[in-house]
Ligand binder design. Structure first.
Ligand code: NCD
Length: 307
């Protein structure tokens, strides 16, 4: 039984396979309409979500399966003091696969040790978010046709932004990727990410506070929201929340084929005027997220479309 806790749980070949399946699902949805007939996905969301939870649910419905679960812990036995371990042991009796989001780093890993069905980490605190990374990789492949030879700017809250941590992990396996880490000093990439991933693997990276200065060299610009819920005090959040606001003016010196990404939700960090720029790909990411999650559910359940 396979779970997906960290993006590096998947080999690069497996990621290529998921992307291939996701592309085929997008082109031939009818072929997949009954693959998960009789199967149930449980979504256990202990933290807010729109895209991740609903895309998992839409994915399962479009595979012909069913969905159960909760979208906030207040309505579950968590509110009575039940542990994550007991909750997943319980839900394992009702569902064939579980997608779980939790504010505590490592909670989905603990869940995977107790569950008797596959667990998918749908975001654990400020740590990892592997299915967003699959979404991002599918989008990068569609837009760029490759994962190597890219200069990737990651901008905003690199400290708490779990999507950034997982994306760096995934891209660290490809040749000649240069990371440009753009953040306020207080929200720089955590030391463990630098020492355990970037430096350990000898990857090329630079850190800066100045988005406009690095804009011309970027192939990808991945914007992120300042993660309000992970701050210890509101004053720091308010001071930092508008550190970067991407506008059409700031894009004047960008490459013509820049790919602008954002996991969403956006707050202020991309001005809505940028949405009409053909380089803006964040709403394409949303749709890609459904297809790649369909491919992932099938893989973890060991199911294939009949040919
Ligand atoms: C992200 C998350 O939950 O980490 N959202 C998402 O799943 N698309 C990004 C965020 O909340 O800022």
């Amino acid at each position: 039984m396979r779970s997906l806790i960290d993006i590096l749980d998947l080999t690069t070949e497996e990621i290529d396979g998921l992307i291939e399946t996701a592309a085929d699902i997008a082109a031939n949805p009818a072929k997949y309409a009954e693959v998960c007939k009789g199967k149930k996905l449980a979504t256990l969301f202990f933290e807010p979500s729109t895209r991740t939870r609903l895309s998992f649910e839409a994915a399962m419905y479009e595979l012909g399966g069913n969905v159960l679960g909760f979208s906030e812990p207040g309505g579950s036995s968590t509110a009575k003091g039940e542990s994550v371990s007991d909750t997943v042991r319980t839900v394992s009796c009702y569902a064939d696969i579980i997608a779980m989001r939790h504010p505590k780093e490592g909670a989905p890993l603990v869940a995977s040790m107790k569950a008797s069905v596959p667990i998918i980490n749908a975001g654990d605190g400020g740590h990892n978010h592997p299915t967003q990374t699959l979404t991002d990789l599918f989008t990068i492949m569609n837009e760029k046709g490759r994962f190597d030879n890219l200069t990737v700017g990651l901008c905003g809250d690199l400290k708490f932004g779990r999507t950034v941590h997982s994306l760096i992990g995934a891209l660290s396996r490809y040749a000649n990727v240069h990371f440009v880490l753009i953040s306020p000093n207080e929200l720089m990439l955590p030391e463990y990410m630098k020492s355990e991933v970037l430096e350990k693997k000898g990857l090329s990276y630079e850190e800066t506070t100045d988005l406009e200065a690095v804009m011309p060299k970027l192939d990808i610009l991945y914007m992120t929201r300042v993660q309000r819920e992970r701050f210890f005090n509101e004053a720091d959040y308010i001071r930092l929340k508008d550190s970067y606001i991407l506008t059409t003016k700031k894009l004047e010196n960008a490459k013509q084929d820049l790919t602008i990404m954002h996991p969403l939700p956006r707050v202020n960090e991309i001005s809505v005027e940028v949405d009409d720029d053909p380089r803006a790909c964040y709403f394409k990411q949303v749709l890609n997220g459904k297809y790649i999650r369909m491919a992932l559910i099938m893989k973890l359940l060991g199911l294939k479309a009949e040919v």
